[in-house]
Design a protein around this ligand. Structure first.
Ligand code: EPU
Length: 302
């Protein structure tokens, strides 16, 4: 969205081990902490944000797991080399650290002939955020491929959770306050051309209805329970209530999609937050539906 102020402290660990150290120290000192992945789904307030922002920006690795990864966590055993790996189709898994971008993950999967995540093509975030919030849309979501996830507990320690131990739901990885360090992802082998064709088809369709090249934080609101909204999506509700192209300063509701607010250049976080509340009020007054935020709002008070 390109609004918002500064962090009091910014920590940028480069590996899972450094991240775990940072997490431990933050908790030992009792510092308030916020986790920043790609920031694709966050609107940060103006001014200075007190406490620590922990970013996974440098933890970008994605690689095929060695057979020993079950025991070895998320570290890559480079000493054994590529030759030690089975044919890609025999073990269609990838290990991705939290800071791996979703586009990079999709490229790696496509190049290996691994299918399963094409549905999130065009989503700009990172693996950590994608897993934490179960990023996705009409064609699929992140947890479709998660086999195992390594997380840090709110109290300090690390643990690994299998798919069966988690209950992800719509736009929610259901990990509580835990932080994602990385994940082991399981795909289905498929010809690369078929994967590529599907990605292209989804992307064309998405580009025609979403303002993908403008500055935004993606969908502002979750889609409401269809029973309450008569099956209408959040974007459709805003649209039908006449919310499109409403503005506050340089923050404008996209003319393409009612659930996107875009920054025309000079918007402040206050403009964006106020416009979001305008839309909530508008839809509530006209339809009785209370839209819930999908974007995360970072404000100094927490
Ligand atoms: N619609 C309108 N007016 C609008 C926008 C949409 O009438 O201004 C209608 C569309 O014509 C369609 C329906 O509303 O009939 C649903 O719209 P769309 O297909 O664009 O999907 P969505 O439900 O709004 C969801 C995800 C998106 C994801 C897309 C495509 C949520 C809140 N949003 O959007 O995710 O990209 O499906 O898979 O779940 C995001 O999470 O940030 C995000 C953009």
């Amino acid at each position: 969205m390109r609004v918002g102020g500064q962090a009091e402290w910014l920590l940028e660990p480069a590996t899972p081990a450094e991240l775990e150290d940072a997490w431990r120290v933050i908790h030992e000192r009792g510092l308030p902490v916020r986790i920043l992945g790609g920031g694709a789904n966050i609107v940060i307030d103006d001014g200075v944000l007190p406490g620590v922002v922990l970013t996974t920006e440098r933890m970008r690795r994605v690689f095929r797991p060695m057979a020993s990864t079950e025991e070895a966590g998320l570290e890559e055993d480079v000493s054994r080399g590529e030759m030690a790996l089975p044919h890609p189709a025999e073990d269609p898994r990838l290990v991705a650290w939290a800071g791996c971008t979703l586009p990079a993950l999709l490229r790696a999967a496509r190049d290996l002939g691994y299918s399963g995540l094409e549905g999130i093509v065009g989503v700009p975030g990172h693996v950590g955020g994608g897993v934490a919030m179960n990023a996705g849309g009409r064609w699929g979501e992140m947890w479709d491929v998660v086999e195992r996830v390594r997380v840090l507990e709110p109290g300090g320690g690390a643990c690994e959770l299998t798919r069966d131990e988690c209950s992800p739901t719509y736009r929610n990885g259901a990990l509580g306050g835990r932080m994602v360090v990385g994940a082991v992802l399981r795909f289905r082998p498929e010809p690369k051309a078929a994967i590529e064709a599907r990605m292209r088809e989804y992307l064309i369709s998405k580009n025609s209805v979403q303002p993908v090249t403008e500055w935004s934080a993606g969908c502002v609101f979750k889609n409401p329970d269809p029973e309450l909204s008569g099956g209408r999506s959040a974007g459709q509700l805003v649209d039908e209530c006449g919310g499109k192209e409403r503005s506050r300063g340089d923050a404008v509701v996209s003319s393409l999609h009612g659930n996107f607010i875009v920054n025309r250049g000079q918007a402040t976080a206050t403009d964006v937050f106020t416009l979001m509340e305008d839309l909530q009020d508008l839809v509530a007054e006209r339809t009785g539906v209370q839209l819930e935020f999908e974007v995360k709002r970072w404000r100094p008070e927490g």
